[in-house]
Design a protein around this ligand. Structure first.
Ligand SMILES: NC(=O)c1ccc[n+]([C@@H]2O[C@H](COP(=O)([O-])OP(=O)(O)OC[C@H]3O[C@@H](n4cnc5c(N)ncnc54)[C@H](OP(=O)(O)O)[C@@H]3O)[C@@H](O)[C@H]2O)c1
Length: 437
């Protein structure tokens, strides 16, 4: 049997401790599958005394993950510290430069430095695996990088943040407000004390930027993403969406268009009958549309110690199975040096259907004025209805419009016009409708 693969784990928190536990509990099975033992030979975290719920005392302890990355005692450096700078970045870079394979679950690090790190990995002939960084336990990276060879991706989209999907699912099921569900999610540990990163779309954007690079062979451009979160989604939106046959999801969408590649994260209406609309709670899902395969949808647990550890261990096992001297495939599907610059499609040219909810004064002429603004901007309406909202003041009414395919620029102009007309009593709500199978 080949020599054991020696793994160093940096970070022994939720994911790191699970990885150590599963590697111990499934050692025999993994040896059978990989043809060699996988042993945890080194670990690093901040507090050497903390009980991790798993005995790692046989592994060499390192206070400094960079030192662990450089030690000759490991073959694979597993980074589970988190953060886009500091110890995570320094240690991953040091490990690659020292010729160690790296496995990471760190989407923030890859979104910011992924291409530079991939260049080092490819120069050194080592693997940089990151299955757990996007959609936790769902094997989307392997699917896109390996199983879909030859396919040209036209669109990739998904529910990439469990916290947001949990909040939207409960808002719809229980008819309660965003604030109430958020507080509950925080109490149950599904949302952070500071939830901004999740609910305003940043976490989804990091993951989307990695998928975009894989899908379209472009450099990661995490700062070039149109982003709207879910904090302004109301019960009125959810109920109106339901009446119209839609469900609201926070989606990350990357799509090839004539003017470039669109990357957007925003609340989206998807048809209630579509598969992605059936993805509830903390579950994640990724849909990939290609010329050869058509549409593929993967769904499963997007976070949590064990689910994330499953993806990390799959990456470690791939390294255990690879043979010395074997030329590894490029990190983002194409050699990092050949990734094209990201050509951003302007959001204003985004084309699609739109849901527009307007709260207006209950007076004569408002309906006609709204319809005129739409017509002036060449927006054709699928429906325009006055929507009864329970508890609504008698002096105001809710008007719901659903447009046929139009452009973001036209919708913004029409809504600005309606706002200037002075008919609105509240901020207008605009939600994009996404085609989904
Ligand atoms: N949690 C999930 O469900 C999930 C899902 C997908 C991806 N991820 C990603 O996985 C990574 C880890 O997440 P997590 O939830 O496991 O985080 P976590 O529970 O906060 O654990 C972080 C670990 O890093 C250690 N650490 C912090 N600074 C360090 C330093 N300077 N040197 C050495 N160790 C250091 C901590 O040590 P101490 O324990 O001693 O403080 C802790 O063990 C992140 O990149 C995250 O985005 C997490």
């Amino acid at each position: 049997m080949a020599e054991a693969l020696r793994v160093g784990i940096a970070g022994l928190g939720t994911v790191g401790a699970s990885v150590a536990r599963v590697l111990r509990d499934k050692a025999t099975e993994l040896t059978r599958q990989c043809g060699r033992d996988i042993v945890v030979s080194a670990v690093s975290a901040r507090d050497p005394k903390r009980d991790r719920g798993v005995d790692v005392s046989s592994a060499k302890w390192f206070d400094d993950p960079v030192k662990m990355a450089q030690t000759a005692d490991i073959d694979v450096f597993v980074e589970l510290i988190g953060g886009d700078e500091g110890p995570a970045r320094l240690s991953v870079k040091a490990a690659l430069e020292a010729g160690r394979h790296v496995v990471t679950a760190n989407k923030a690090l890859l979104a910011k430095h992924g291409v530079a790190l991939a260049e080092i990995a490819e120069k050194k002939g080592v693997l940089l695996n990151y299955e757990a960084a996007v959609a936790g336990g769902i094997p989307v990276i392997k699917t896109m990088r390996e199983a879909m060879a030859g396919n040209s991706v036209t669109r990739v989209f998904g529910i990439l943040n469990g916290t947001c999907n949990y909040i939207l699912t409960r808002m719809e099921a229980e008819g309660v407000s965003f604030d109430v569900v958020l507080k509950d999610a925080q109490r149950l540990g599904y949302a952070e004390a500071d939830p901004t990163f999740d609910i305003e779309g940043h976490d989804t954007a990091h993951k989307l930027s990695i998928l975009t690079s894989l899908a379209f062979g472009t450099k990661i451009a995490a700062n070039d993403i149109y982003m709207e979160g879910i904090s302004n989604i109301t019960q009125a939106d959810i109920r109106a969406a339901g009446d119209l046959g839609y469900r609201i999801k926070l989606l990350g969408v990357a799509q090839r268009t004539e003017s470039g590649i669109e990357q957007r994260v925003h609340p989206t209406m998807v048809p209630t009958a579509s598969v992605i609309a059936q993805v509830h709670g903390v579950t994640n899902a990724v849909a990939i549309e290609t010329d050869i395969l058509g549409e593929l949808l993967l769904s499963g647990p997007g976070a949590g110690g064990n689910a994330t550890a499953s993806a990390v261990i799959g990456d470690v096992a791939d390294i255990a199975k690879s043979r010395p001297g074997f030329q590894h495939g490029p990190v983002f599907g194409r050699p990092a040096k050949e990734l094209k610059p990201y050509k951003k499609a302007q959001m204003r040219s985004h084309a699609g259907g739109y849901f527009i909810r307007l709260t207006v004064h209950d007076r004569i002429g408002v309906f006609a004025a709204i319809a005129k603004r739409m017509a002036d901007n060449d927006i054709s309406l699928e429906s325009i209805v006055q929507h009864a909202v329970s508890g609504e003041a008698a002096a105001q009414k809710t008007v719901i419009l659903v447009t046929h395919e139009t452009t973001e620029a036209a919708v913004r102009k029409a809504v600005d016009g309606i706002t200037k007309d002075g008919h609105l009593t509240d901020k207008p709500q605009v939600i994009r409708i996404e085609r989904a199978g």
